[in-house]
Design a protein around this ligand. Structure first.
Ligand code: COA
Length: 160
């Protein structure tokens, strides 16, 4: 994949995460993929050791521009029946450096992840997105994801 960065064509490739990528991936995770909790090195290492086959990075000229990691989930048989699925996986984290967005990097990362899911006979993918992440909502909508639930909250004070 070739993308244009500040007028310059840069070759980007998607490949499996290697442990040498840890620092760069943690930096992207901390900056862009921390919601209620800040992602740590332990989290990123944990994703890798649990499911190395589902952890991809996008790289250009030795710089990591984004990453995605997923894992197989194991819902009970009743849930699988209701979901009409044989095997389910989730997208755990996805982030792209803000200087390199809207160039198809997340789409390429997800395509690699979905290919790896399919190789393991996974036929359903789930994920959670913070409602404030409008770009992510648009991306997943474009890729055919549909909302199944909404997480609501309300602060309780003396007026309720
Ligand atoms: C969401 C995110 C990963 C998208 O990365 P990206 O590499 O810019 O995405 P892509 O270039 O592959 O975008 C593909 C499509 O998604 C949609 N999209 C992506 N960003 C968008 C934005 N800011 N506004 C509107 N649509 C957007 C568009 O339809 C886009 O296609 P187009 O550029 O041809 O119009 C990136 O914005 C990000 O890291 N956000 C913060 C972290 C986050 O929200 N992670 C997901 C939580 S699970």
């Amino acid at each position: 994949m070739t993308m244009v960065q500040r007028g310059k064509a840069v070759k980007t490739r998607v490949r499996k995460f290697k442990i040498n990528d840890l620092d760069q991936v943690v930096a992207i995770a901390e900056r862009y993929a921390s919601w209620d909790l800040t992602s740590t090195e332990v989290d990123v290492e944990g994703f890798h050791s649990a499911s190395p086959e589902f952890f991809f990075v996008a790289e250009a000229e030795n710089k990591i521009l984004g990453f995605v990691c997923g894992r197989e989930s194991n819902p009970p048989a009743e849930t699988l029946n209701k979901w009409k699925s044989r095997k389910v996986a989730s997208i755990e984290t996805l982030a792209v450096d803000e200087d390199y967005r809207r160039q198809g990097i997340a789409t390429s990362l997800l395509s690699a992840l979905f290919e790896a899911f399919k190789q393991k006979k996974i036929d359903l993918v789930t994920l959670s997105v913070p409602a404030v992440e409008i770009a992510a909502m648009k991306l997943y909508g474009k890729l055919g994801f549909e909302p199944r639930a909404q997480f609501l909250w309300k602060r309780l004070d003396s007026s309720y």
